[in-house]
Design a binder for this molecule. Structure first.
Ligand SMILES: [Fe+2]
Ligand SMILES: [Fe+2]
Length: 220
C-alpha cells in the first residue's frame, strides 16, 4: 500500500532519526486513542466502538501483509474514524427513534467534517493516509456509499479495511430500538456482503483473522 508509505516521508525529523519518528508516532497514536474515547463517551451505545474499530482494522491489515507502518496508521485511523461526529448535534446523534431524511443528511457529513479536523496534522494528510481514510470510511465497494459514491480500488485501501471493522463493531452495538447482533451473526453478515458492500480481498483477510483470534479480534 504505497500511498500510506508516503506518510513516513512527511514526518518531521532527520531521515534516519528513527527513534524520534517512533516516539512521534506513538504520541499521535495515544492522542488519537484519547480523541476516540471522547467521541465514544458522547453515547453509551458506542462505548469501545473506536477502540474496537482500531483493533479489528489493524488485525485485518496485518493479515493482508501490509507494512508495520501502514498497519499502525490504519489503527490510528480506526481510533479517529468518527471524529467528525463532534460536529453533529447530540439531539441527532442520540435520537432514539427514526431519523428524518434531513437528520440523516446531517449525520452523513461526519466523514467530511472528520477529514477537515485531522488534515492539519502533517503525518495524517498524505494521499490515502488517515485524513483520506476518515473521509472515505462510509464508501461501499459497489459505489453505493457516501460521501462520493466511490467504488472498488478508487476507495483508499485503509478506508475499505475500516469499513469492514466498523460494520462488525456497529452491528454488535445494542441500541434502544434494537438488540445488537451476536459476534458470529455480525461476521456472517459481513462475509455475505463480500464483493457488494465490502472488498472481497479485505473480507477474506478479515475471515482469516476471525478464524485465528475469534471474538478477541475486537480487543486486540
Ligand atoms: Fe490503539
Ligand atoms: Fe462513521
Amino acid at each position: 500500500m504505497l500511498d500510506l508509505d508516503l506518510i513516513s516521508t512527511s514526518l518531521p525529523g532527520k531521515p534516519c532519526d528513527g527513534c524520534a519518528k517512533e516516539r512521534l508516532l506513538e504520541t499521535l497514536h495515544q492522542f488519537a486513542e484519547s480523541l476516540g474515547e471522547a467521541i465514544d463517551a458522547k453515547d453509551p451505545c458506542t462505548r469501545f466502538h473506536s477502540e474496537q474499530v482500531a483493533q479489528v482494522s489493524s488485525a485485518i491489515a496485518r493479515d493482508m501483509g501490509l507494512s508495520d507502518h501502514d498497519v499502525r496508521m490504519i489503527h490510528i485511523a480506526g481510533h479517529l474514524h468518527d471524529i467528525g461526529k463532534i460536529g453533529i448535534p447530540d439531539a441527532i446523534l442520540k435520537k432514539t427513534n427514526f431519523l428524518t431524511n434531513v437528520e440523516w443528511e446531517h449525520i452523513r457529513t461526519h466523514p467530511e467534517i472528520g477529514a477537515v479536523i485531522v488534515r492539519p496534522v502533517e503525518a495524517f494528510s498524505a494521499p490515502g493516509g488517515v485524513a483520506d481514510i476518515i473521509l472515505h470510511h462510509h464508501e461501499l465497494y459497489d459505489g453505493t456509499g457516501y460521501p462520493y459514491g466511490l467504488s472498488g480500488s478508487d476507495i483508499p485501501l485503509g478506508a475499505r479495511i475500516i469499513s469492514v471493522a466498523d460494520a462488525l463493531s456497529a452491528r454488535m452495538q445494542h441500541r434502544p430500538y434494537r438488540q445488537g447482533a451476536r459476534f458470529e451473526v455480525a461476521v456472517r453478515e459481513i462475509i455475505h456482503c463480500s464483493g457488494t458492500h465490502y472488498d472481497p480481498v479485505v473480507v477474506s483477510a478479515f475471515g482469516e483473522a476471525v478464524d485465528r483470534h475469534g471474538q478477541r479480534i475486537l480487543t486486540g
